[in-house]
Design a protein around this ligand. Sequence first.
Ligand SMILES: Cc1cc2nc3c(=O)[nH]c(=O)nc-3n(C[C@H](O)[C@H](O)[C@H](O)COP(=O)(O)OP(=O)(O)OC[C@H]3O[C@@H](n4cnc5c(N)ncnc54)[C@H](O)[C@@H]3O)c2cc1C
Length: 378
Amino acid sequence: MRQYEIIILGAGAAGLMAASFLQDRDVLILEHNPYPAAKIKISGGGRCNISNRYLGLEKYLGDPRFIEKIFKRFDNESLLRFLNERGLEPVLRENGCYFCKKSSLELVELLLNETKKTPVEYGVEVEGLEKEGGCFAVRSSAGSFFARKVIVATGGLSYPSLGASSIGFKIAESFGHSIIKPRPALAGFTLQPEQFWMKELSGISTSAEISVGRRRFASDILFTHRGISGPSILDASLFWNRGKITIDFLPGIKLKNVFLSSRKSAAFQIPLPKRFVKTLFKTLDLPDMPYKKMDERDKQRLSCIKSYSFSPAGTFGYDRAEVTKGGISTSEIDPETMQSRLIEGLFFAGEVVDVTGLVGGYNFQWAFSSAVVAAKSV
Ligand SMILES: Cc1cc2nc3c(=O)[nH]c(=O)nc-3n(C[C@H](O)[C@H](O)[C@H](O)COP(=O)(O)OP(=O)(O)OC[C@H]3O[C@@H](n4cnc5c(N)ncnc54)[C@H](O)[C@@H]3O)c2cc1C
């Protein structure tokens, strides 16, 4: 049977970018979806948030020294240059986010154009990987494919409906790699019964600051029928495993500056959506009266509007999580090459590795950067 020089597992962001840098090599891509780049297509509301102007190590969960080495070799500026040279000029939007101008398809088409000479076997389910002598055998639903080197770019577990699978972790484990427990991230939080009052606010969005441990995220929070979501909650979910989070529903506002009138009711003076205030007052059993007339116990309860602490029940899960945190431990991967330190010829790229970014284009940047490092070394 034909032996390829390199087989790339997965035609997602990392797999296609790796293939773009391997145009003159003998490469095969295996992909179980009938088409490539499923996540790029639907990402960023159909416009793909490709990267971010403010790329920084603090935007990632993972070993900062490892991540730094990858970005030293291919960072956001390198990515923009790569895209510009090929006619794609991303637009800069708020918070430093770079998006495709009109549609994610601009990026997909660019990557497909770069890889047009690379054969892709679609509809092939990768089931495992073995190494015999100096050669890898990829076991798949279409039989075995052979190569001297393999790049595992099969992503994480998020959005199984778009083709996510655990095969990357299984392959890494079968070669002795350690897996940092995968969990859904950049996902909304589900609630314990004590916080079900928030479900009554479904549809309301307001700005808030969320604290998880020492991390703080200030942006919008969105109440939904399942729990709470929105950019600040998605970011907070990256650093939350279990335990409490704290929400400041009046970020940047001191409570004493809210209740300036001694005659108007406290509820009336709170600068938050009326439905929110009404539901909060009902939940806390607070009287409809001016703040100054409230007794100390009521004032104390009302102060939770600045620091509402509770433990979420969990996250919305892999069905709704934008990414998977955890994954193949970076301690067993060489950051100079993205090659396994345990198995020669085995490379990893993208979300399958234990590096995860915040909302804002940081995850595609990681997928592309790690893929370029792998491709340049393979
Ligand atoms: C709804 C949504 C919106 C997002 N928006 C953004 C955004 O705007 N900006 C951002 O930075 N990040 C965003 N992300 C995250 C981003 O999509 C991922 O971090 C990124 O796609 C990871 O790239 P990857 O190549 O590692 O994995 P993927 O892009 O997931 O590619 C993995 C590929 O491997 C294939 N595969 C998996 N298992 C097998 C198997 N057994 N056999 C064969 N093929 C297999 C998959 O079908 C897929 O094509 C979003 C994610 C989601 C779900």
